[in-house]
Design a protein around this ligand. Sequence first.
Ligand code: CAO
Length: 425
Amino acid sequence: MSKALEGIKVLDFTHVQSGPTCTQLLAWFGADVIKVERPGVGDATRGQLQDIPDVDSLYFTMLNHNKRSITLDSKNPKGKEVLWRLIKECDVLVENFAPGALARMGLTWEKIHEANPRMILASVKGFGPGRYEDCKVYENVAQCAGGAASTTGFRDGIPMVTGAQIGDSGTGLHLALGIVTALFHRTHSGLGQRVDCAMQDSVLNLCRVKLRDQQRLAHGPLREYSQFGEGIPFGDATPRAGNDSGGGQPGRILKCKGWEHDPNAYIYFITQGPVWEPICDIIGEPGWKTDPNYATPKARLPHLNEIFTRIEAWTMKHDKFEAMDILNKYDIPCGPILSMKEIAEDEALHRTGTIVEVDHPTRGKYLTVGNPIKLSASPADVTRSPLLGEHTDEILRDVLGYSEAEIAEIEHSGAVGAVQKIAAE
Ligand code: CAO
């Protein structure tokens, strides 16, 4: 089977998380992703959060599958020469350096477009144009500036960040969509273009419903928020809503059997309107089916705390998986709170390739998250991340067409550092 992006070459000038998640997706779809790294140093994440001394960290390996690595000093004259050759050869350049860093390397859009009019230049920055455009940004900064933190957590607690990396991986996803869209546009325009994603914008895009609620506040209280039932007045900004889920389908995280000693013995329970009657029967409140205070979604809104306390009295009698089995028989939407340990051991996720075991020459076997986007005609095989500069030689020779003498000259110039001639696996 051919890969969807077969034939597309990506000059991957990314580091840390946001950019690498994007290029990893492109690699899974079949693009040839050539990761350019600083000689002797590489992507900083190779050495961050290391669990095994002198072995590429899981932080790096889990974000850089299916790529090739070339080491190149972009500030060395010979290195610059190689870089321009790569720019002429590749279809896409992806970068997430600090604002201005690419231009300081001499790589402006104008020059890139002149050298290769078909090239797409894709960039992640923390902020778009405006007062923070020059700022360096990491995940949690984006979560805070994009509206996620002010709307996450409990009303009476401080703003919270979430474990889902919506700033980094979320922006990488947005960027990947921008790149494939620009590739499609190129099929009829014949030209590349710039694709810019700001992490603040991506987080805000994912917080769209909270900006919806901000505007609804002008017309009255947010009745689906627990705060409404508790009689606490709303302020002038969307408040934190704890674990409420909104609309006519209120939901909460409820304790299950074993919660006293298991931090994840909980279930998410949604009181979807159409299954209200079976919910009443299951929890032993058949009278609520017809009682005007409970019978309709609107009537229930002021009583959500009471209703969920009653449902929790039932969920606490069952472990989360038993509760799932019982509730699913009636199509009651609910979900177990799964720990990372439970997810890592989930057979179904292994079967679908969402969790994959990968072998690495210095690390050995480890688990990773495979491609969550499944294409029927272009399945993704997950291969290990490259060692630093592992493919320098072969990229210079096979992709860029340098002769052995030229390669020796490049190596001698210091532009690629000490080239590793690795016998992989
Ligand atoms: N050869 C020579 N120099 C290289 C090089 C190479 N192959 N690769 C990178 N460099 C240089 C850059 O040119 C830059 O030098 P100058 O500052 O002199 O121009 C330098 O390395 C540092 O780059 P940086 O500023 O991007 O890196 P940093 O570690 O200081 O900052 C980060 C990291 C992530 C805060 C910053 O890159 C950033 O804000 N990126 C945009 C937002 C983003 O993607 N954030 C997500 C990070 S994941 O949580």
